[in-house]
Design a protein around this ligand. Structure first.
Ligand code: 13P
Length: 258
């Protein structure tokens, strides 16, 4: 079970450090790690502040929301994997639906990012998910299949086991309209089956997170589904109390599943 906080375009370095200190102080030891996905500009401050938390990375770590697959060169405005590693990142989101829809990132580009992240030792949190129009047109499975095939086809079987997948139905993101546990589990089960077709039974070891209007009130019913292995949370991750309550629910669900 993994709890990932996608802060999106929120929090200065100072705000991020304030959050980190309060969260780290309140976080009980558990088997459920928390990963904070911060804006680029907050990473140096998080890196400095992290030293003081004394928490092992297995419990609390941080990363970025995007990067570019090239090492260096004429790519104005972009940030490389090494630049993230320099600031202590362990994870990076790849292919969030906002990157796909607003910034036009293609399946092919995302495929290159996923493989480069793994090569560099960053865990990519690879996001997939359908729009409402696609769901209503009966295209859920074809959309997920396309995103998985094009996004992950460059990975070797060994590299595959170093990624995290996040299923985020676009219609549930930031809308307050959460997928029902049954809807989410059905999509996760489909993703699991597709992953097994790609790499065999070891796909059972992959973490598939659910994202889209997750709150402390609905987290337990989602996280207790057999194929839901954690949450990628936007709005409800911005306040320490709320993220801590989400962590408590994830721990409860994880214990039940043991
Ligand atoms: P919300 O939790 O605000 O719906 O955002 C979900 C998301 O996009 C996480 O990546």
């Amino acid at each position: 079970m993994l709890l990932a906080a996608n802060w999106k375009l929120n929090k200065t370095g100072r705000e991020a450090v304030h959050f980190l200190n309060n969260y780290a102080q309140a976080l009980p030891p558990s088997d459920v790690p928390t990963v904070l996905l911060a804006p680029f500009t907050a990473l140096p401050a998080l890196c400095d502040a992290f030293e003081g938390t004394k928490l092992p990375r297995a419990q609390l770590s941080y990363g970025a929301q995007n990067f570019y697959f090239e090492e260096s060169g004429a790519f104005t405005g972009e940030v490389s994997a090494d630049m993230l590693l320099e600031h202590g990142c362990t994870h990076v989101i790849v292919g969030h639906s906002e990157r796909r829809a607003i910034f036009g990132e293609s399946d092919e580009l995302l495929g290159k990012k996923v493989v480069r992240a793994v090569e560099k030792g960053l865990v990519p949190i690879f996001c997939i998910g359908e729009t409402l129009t696609e769901r209503e047109a009966g295209q859920l499975e074809s959309v997920l299949t396309r995103q998985l095939d094009r996004g992950l086809s460059r990975l070797t079987n060994e590299q595959f086991l170093k990624i995290v997948i996040a299923y985020e139905p676009v219609w549930a993101i930031g809308t307050g309209v959460v997928a029902t546990p049954e809807q989410a589990e059905a999509a996760h089960q489909f993703v699991r089956t597709r992953l097994k077709a790609m790499i065999g039974e070891s796909a059972n070891k992959l973490s598939i997170l659910y994202g889209g209007s997750v709150t402390p009130a609905n987290a337990y019913s989602l996280m207790s589904q057999p194929n839901i292995d954690g949450a990628l949370v936007g709005g409800a991750s911005l306040k320490v109390d709320s993220l801590m309550a989400l962590h408590t629910e994830c721990v409860r669900a994880a214990k039940e599943k043991q």
